[in-house]
Ligand binder design. Structure first.
Ligand code: GCW
Length: 608
């Protein structure tokens, strides 16, 4: 199956004339019995309205892309068997609803689990135009509107997108335009130095002039380019720190260059010391982003957006909301999610993300961010996401980026109905598996908010001490008595980066939700959890449960009538997941039993 697209069948062999034309074409193919008129109201932009005429036919009004989004909303409703309301108005909550691809010019994809790049091969843009249109449709059908095609780690020759390869990049932008999708490029902060300028200092006039001239050239070729995405001073990338400048100075210089064209600078806040000495107890990595950025609140240009990973570490299974998302009130912010399952099972293990995202939105006041970004989980595999069921993450991300109040279980059901022709009972079975998959994965991997414990570099499979004596600042410090990091005021002080109410909630192990306990606290194995179990018993129980739940998921999936092509992939990946879950369960339990010496109260097998 091609994600949920198999039921959309307007002909994409040629470019649609416009978003409205595509909307009507899609509607006439998918819902031939529906009489629907489109009314373009340019000032409505991306929003749309659906109402009924006196004769019962539907009138779909909106800006040009609004009509397209309205058409897809209608199609989603009807195909999912839901009733069309007599009147419906909808506008996106976030202006930029972005997909960030970490695709390299050589065709590889950093943290990609769905095959090679859809856009590049051999150092050049290289793509199948039909697949590009399919991808445009995939995005538009769930309301996504910005596609950054190249990795934030800009390895040569990706820089050439702004130079020699610009004409090809412009042709790619043309392909996406009818789908309401605008391109964005990740840029290399030191790019002026490729042109004989001896510095990339943002306050240097030659550097400023180079970026202005470059922006003029790029926007002449792609007038609706969304802007540039920047990873600076992070994990070896160049940036303003080299010249003693802060990130507001660094970002604002680029913002000046793209401002005349309505462009944005999306500046990532994933900045920390990745050469930490594990013996250094003063530095606590999750504090880094706040330390770099909070003091700059209000100093960023109005066309700069700070893009902040949802948690303070790096896309672990459970992390608190990044304090920056709560604390920078005078800066445009975007939250960054990760669809690519880097730490969450490599699109081998099932991991449906919407329950996690809903938890984030519960703590994030609606107005704090103006955009949303997600690292792509797509690649050149026939089904786009490697694991066919991983498509649910792309789909539900789109719906949430339009409306963060979207209900998790309805979004998942909608995806199932659009993708498969299941009976209500089968749909229920699959929905239950998908919605519980994140908790299950969490149970069999690192316990109670510690994170990491994965095999270094590749990040699949257990390795409890893999990152313990390393440079990355990701330590659990388990010894024979205790585990976890005290991040309260008495410990590293990380918790002080939060508003008072959260400091109280998380600061006391008695009120801190169990699942965050070891992120915020260092506790003895004998610590009594709220339900009376000891901490060590809770760790053992979760791991046995996680594996048992995986076995149950495997059985449930086997009972479902997937089309043959999907069934094969799903069952072969599920056997790998079972193996992985068993490894995690046994290795984590053994690791803690060897340290603590504590027996399992239920006498289950833990290895000595
Ligand atoms: O955790 C790291 C990933 C890198 C990624 C980086 C980032 C693109 O392991 O692969 O680089 O995060 O988000 O920049």
């Amino acid at each position: 199956m091609k994600a949920w697209l198999s039921k959309l069948n307007a002909d994409l062999s040629a470019a649609p004339a416009s978003p409205e034309a595509l909307a009507l074409d899609e509607l006439s193919h998918v819902l031939p019995d529906l009489t629907c008129k489109a009314e373009t109201v340019p000032e409505m932009g991306e929003s749309y309205r659906i109402r009924r005429d006196a004769d019962g036919s539907l009138i779909l009004s909106g800006g040009s892309t609004g009509i397209l989004y309205g058409a897809y909303a209608l199609i989603r409703l009807v195909l999912a068997g839901e009733a069309i309301p007599d009147s419906l108005s909808s506008a996106p909550r976030y202006s930029l609803r972005m997909i960030n691809c970490w695709d390299n010019a050589d065709g590889s994809v950093e943290r990609g689990y769905s095959g090679r790049s859809l856009f590049f091969e051999g150092g050049k843009l290289h793509y199948d135009p039909l697949r590009m249109r399919e991808l445009g449709r995939l995005m538009a059908s769930v309301g996504l509107n910005v596609l950054c095609i190249n990795n934030v780690n800009v390895h040569f020759p990706a820089q050439l997108l702004l130079e020699d390869d610009l004409p090809e990049a412009a042709a790619l932008a043309d392909l996406f335009r009818p789908f309401g999708v605008r391109l964005m490029f990740s840029v290399d902060y030191s790019q002026p130095m490729r042109h004989g300028i001896p510095t990339a200092d943002p306050l240097d006039p030659a550097v400023q002039a180079w970026w202005k001239e470059t922006a003029a050239r790029v926007y002449a070729a792609i007038p609706d380019l969304a802007g540039f995405l920047v990873k600076a001073d992070s994990e070896g990338r160049p940036g303003p720190f080299t010249y003693g400048r802060n990130h507001a100075e660094g970002a604002n210089m680029l913002a000046d260059a793209v401002r005349p064209y309505g462009g944005k600078i999306v500046w990532r806040c994933f900045v920390y010391n990745c050469r930490q000495d594990w013996r250094d107890t003063k530095t606590d990595r999750p504090m880094a982003a706040w330390d770099h950025y909070a003091g700059l609140d209000g100093q960023f240009a109005d066309n700069v957006i700070l893009q902040i990973k949802h948690g303070p570490f790096d896309f672990q299974v459970r992390e608190p909301l990044s304090p920056l998302l709560l604390g920078m009130k005078q800066t445009n912010l975007a939250m960054e999610l990760q669809l690519a399952q880097e730490y969450t099972g490599h699109q081998i293990d099932l991991y449906t993300m919407i329950p996690m995202w809903k938890e984030l939105f519960e703590e994030l006041p609606a107005g704090n961010i103006m955009s949303l970004a997600a690292v792509s989980n797509l690649g050149r595999d026939e089904n786009y996401t490697g694991h066919p069921l991983a498509a649910v993450n792309f789909f539900t991300y789109g719906l949430l980026s339009w409306d963060p109040e979207t209900d998790a279980s309805s979004a998942v059901s909608q995806w199932i109905r659009l993708t498969y022709a299941f009976s209500p009972a089968d749909e229920q079975t699959l929905s239950a598996v998908l919605l519980s998959s994140r908790r299950t994965y969490e149970k069999y991997t690192a316990p109670l908010g510690i994170g990491w414990m994965v095999n270094p570099h590749d990040h699949y499979g257990p390795n409890p001490s893999g990152y313990e004596y390393d440079l990355w600042g990701t330590y659990h410090k388990a010894n024979r008595d205790a585990v976890g990091i005290d991040r309260t005021a008495k410990g590293t002080g990380y918790l002080l980066q939060y508003p008072e109410s959260l400091q109280q909630k998380y600061g006391d192990p008695e009120t801190c939700p169990d699942l965050y306990l070891l992120f915020y606290h260092r506790l003895p194995y004998s610590f009594r959890m709220k339900d009376g179990r000891t901490l060590i018993q809770r760790i053992y129980d979760d791991h046995f449960e996680g594996f048992a739940e995986t076995e149950a998921m495997a059985k449930a999936l086997e009972s479902l009538p997937f089309p043959d092509s999907d069934r094969e992939i799903i069952s072969s990946r599920m056997s790998r997941q079972l193996h992985n879950a068993k490894e995690w369960c046994d290795i984590i339990n053994t690791f803690f039993r060897r340290l603590s010496g504590a027996d399992d109260a239920c006498g289950r097998m833990i290895y000595d």
